[in-house]
Design a protein around this ligand. Structure first.
Ligand code: ADP
Ligand code: ADP
Ligand code: MG
Length: 670
């Protein structure tokens, strides 16, 4: 076995490989770009080598730099992870030439499976069932059109070198074929450097079922059963599971055998995945082979109890496969959800930003979190926007679904848009829960998955207000502790002001809805909150991570309220709402309206004057930004009005309660 390996990757997969290597007593070397200098994989590895600037083209994809890093550190083998150079035959060959073991298949196998067309030719010879279509060398547009006509529409045009769901065009009728072909070829040339295409029959309502295979250098092959990856968006996987619902033992053996034949046909060594497209009647066709460890390999690990990275390392070191086919079995059911920094409501648009609060569910025998980031890290625009993979296991699918829902409800991310709520809906959606699977599920269920923006329940409004009160009380207590006169009324944060009723008013905004909460302290940490004309008795405690244990009108509940700038992120029952605190701690006497100045919520430094003095601003418009407690706080307009003047300049320190802005609200027509 190796004593030191280099991992030519980043993010969760680099961390994942390091974990197994460490368990086996193997030293690890990370490589990193300038953007990843502080990344988790760099922190976890025993050694780390800088290989270039942020763009992958100048770092993670530069073969010579990675080989040099391995040489420099004396690594005996390189694990390529997935993506980047993992399926690059030149990289595999360069490792070989440098006398370094490539932890993956031989060059010839990568080459054979690198082109979807060539792979289909080989599979045809190995009698593996193929999706009907044309995968020959003649690329003349009119000829391809004739082939498509013969296959029958709809057809799919695919880039032979494609991957990652890119370079595919669905053609519904002959008249559209040539335009679609030209556009597919343009994208293929730009993304993969080759415009070679193949044409396939488009299978309607298909399932994506893939088989994990393993080969060793002694000619042994096994299959580690299947994964169902039918739930996709833009032909990319979102939720994966093992085993595939509804799979019969006979079908499993047939698909497993076909996958092993595919691997044997190319002299495959190590971990690989043979992807099939399956019809609702169970018939299946070879789609492609991925010659690497797959993103979703953990679901296979959970149902087999094996560590596939350990198997990869053993095989690469020349050992035979640890188990034969008869020794392998399936135990229970596993699901994986890919947590992405993306906005599902905006067409899954990728998002970037800093993870200001990151609280994954607790790991256990049932819950596993594979991630490459920690709280405070950034999701940068340079790489894949995956935040983590959440994997759950239980004895059957229904219980695994329940585990997934709970784990997603416990997963809290603040700072970047993410798909956690979407994944909760997906997991709960009757079609998925009922295993009515096909690759069109997300599109078909969009009414369920993308509901119109629902109002937050009263509980959420009460929770956000209570958390605000408890937080300011804690701060007041802390300030008072260091003060000579702890009993001074100036430390009471209950709205006490000379010549004013003991009332305090909090204002929150959620989307377009703004609500006022009137506060009456009842003593001993309890408050009466008047919201929507109704009074509720609330009390509770708040920990520094935002966990609020509350009693709301006699009902005990646990909610999380995370503060980030003027935003208050409320997490309850698997849902999340981002409230804006319109003017935190803006004390005012009842009926005084919003005239007068806006006050500093806490001591801090003015870091930006956003509004222009004299200009009219809308309600909620940012006026000024204050930095306090290492956070930015935006002071916003309490109503439509005019900023008369700023009382401080950028860089000036302000005291708690200092008037920051002279603001004149616009008269509201009665
Ligand atoms: P898997 O097939 O293992 O489930 P994906 O198809 O999602 O994984 O691809 C795995 C990773 O590899 C992705 O995160 C993506 O970054 C990367 N990847 C794969 N193929 C491509 C490609 N053609 N272009 C860009 N990235 C790719
Ligand atoms: P990639 O290399 O991008 O992963 P694949 O050939 O594996 O490309 O296809 C990706 C996805 O596209 C599949 O998981 C499936 O959802 C869909 N797909 C591929 N081929 C077909 C087909 N012939 N009919 C219908 N859907 C298909
Ligand atoms: Mg694929």
């Amino acid at each position: 076995m190796f004593t030191k390996i280099l991992i030519a990757n980043r993010g969760e997969i680099a961390c994942r490989v390091i974990k197994t290597a460490r368990r086996l007593g193997i030293k690890t070397v990370a490589v990193y770009s300038e953007a990843d200098a502080g990344a988790r994989h760099v922190r976890l590895a025993d050694e780390a080598v800088l290989i270039g600037p942020a763009p992958a083209r100048e770092s993670y994809l530069v073969i010579e730099r990675i080989i040099a890093a391995a040489r420099q550190t004396g690594a005996q083998a390189i694990h390529p992870g997935y993506g980047f150079l993992s399926e690059n035959e030149d990289f595999c060959a360069a490792c070989e030439a440098a006398g370094i073991v490539f932890i993956g298949p031989p060059v010839a196998a990568i080459h054979a499976m690198g082109s979807k067309s060539e792979a289909k030719k080989l599979m045809e010879a190995a009698r593996v069932p193929l999706t009907p279509g044309y995968h020959g060398d003649n690329q003349a547009p009119d000829f391809l059109r004739t082939q498509a006509d013969a296959i029958g529409y709809p057809v799919l045009i695919k880039a032979a070198a494609g991957g990652g769901g890119k370079g595919m065009r669905l053609v519904e009728q002959g008249a559209d074929f040539l335009d679609a072909l030209a556009s597919c070829q343009r994208e293929a040339r730009a993304s993969f450097g080759s415009d070679h295409v193949l044409v396939e029959k488009y299978i309607t309502r298909p399932r994506h079922i893939e088989i994990q295979v393993f080969g060793d250098t002694h000619g042994n092959y096994v299959y580690l059963f299947e994964r169902d990856c039918s739930v996709q968006r833009r032909h990319q996987k979102v939720l994966e599971e093992a085993p595939a619902p509804g799979m019969s033992p006979e079908r499993r053996a047939a698909m497993g055998q076909a996958a092993v034949e595919a691997a044997r046909a190319v002299g495959y060594v190590g971990a690989g995945t043979v992807e099939f497209i399956a019809q609702q009647d169970g018939s299946f066709y070879f789609m492609e082979m991925n010659t690497r460890l797959q993103v979703e390999h953990p679901v296979t690990e959970m149902i087999t109890g094996l560590d596939l990275v350990e198997w990869q390392l053993r095989v690469a070191a020349g050992e035979p496969l640890p188990l034969n086919q008869e020794q392998l079995s399936i135990h229970g059911h596993a699901l994986e959800a890919r947590i992405y920094a993306e906005d599902p409501a905006k067409g899954f648009l990728p998002a970037t930003g800093r993870l200001v609060h990151l609280a994954p569910p607790e790991e256990s025998a049932h819950v596993r979190v594979d991630t490459g980031v920690e709280e405070g890290d950034a999701i940068s625009p340079h790489y894949d926007p995956m935040i983590a993979k959440l994997i759950v296991w239980d004895v059957n699918r229904d219980r695994a679904l329940a585990r997934m829902l709970q784990a997603l409800a416990d997963y809290r991310v603040v700072g970047v848009a993410n798909n956690i709520e979407f994944l909760s809906r997906l997991t709960a959606c009757p079609a998925f829960a009922g295993a009515d699977l096909d690759t069109g599920l997300i599109e078909r269920e969009k009414d369920y998955l993308f509901p119109a923006e629902a109002e937050a329940p009263r509980e959420a409004w009460l929770a956000v207000a209570l958390a605000e009160l408890l937080r300011t009380q804690t701060r007041a207590d802390r300030d008072a502790a260091g003060h000579a006169e702890p009993a001074s009324p100036w430390h009471l944060q209950d709205g006490w002001r000379l010549n004013a009723a003991p009332r305090r008013r909090l204002i929150f905004r959620l989307g377009e809805v703004q609500k006022t909460v009137d506060v009456e302290p009842l003593g001993a940490g309890a408050y009466a909150l008047v919201l929507d004309g109704r009074s509720s008795r609330v009390s509770g405690s708040l920990n520094p991570r935002g966990l609020l244990r509350a009693e709301l009108d006699g009902l005990r509940t646990s909610v999380t309220v995370v503060q980030a700038g003027e935003k208050r992120h409320v997490f309850a029952h698997g849902r999340a709402w981002a409230f804006a605190c319109v003017d935190p701690l803006h004390f005012q006497s009842e009926g005084s309206g919003t005239e007068g100045g806006l006050l500093a919520p806490m001591p801090g430094k003015v870091i930006a004057l956003v509004a222009t003095p004299g200009a009219r601003v809308e309600k909620g418009a940012p006026l000024l930004i204050l930095e306090a407690m290492k956070m930015e706080h935006t002071i916003t307009a309490p109503s439509t009005g005019t900023v008369q003047a700023f009382r401080f300049a950028v860089g000036e320190q302000v005291g708690d309660g200092a008037e920051l802005v002279e603001f004149v609200p616009e008269a509201v027509p009665a």
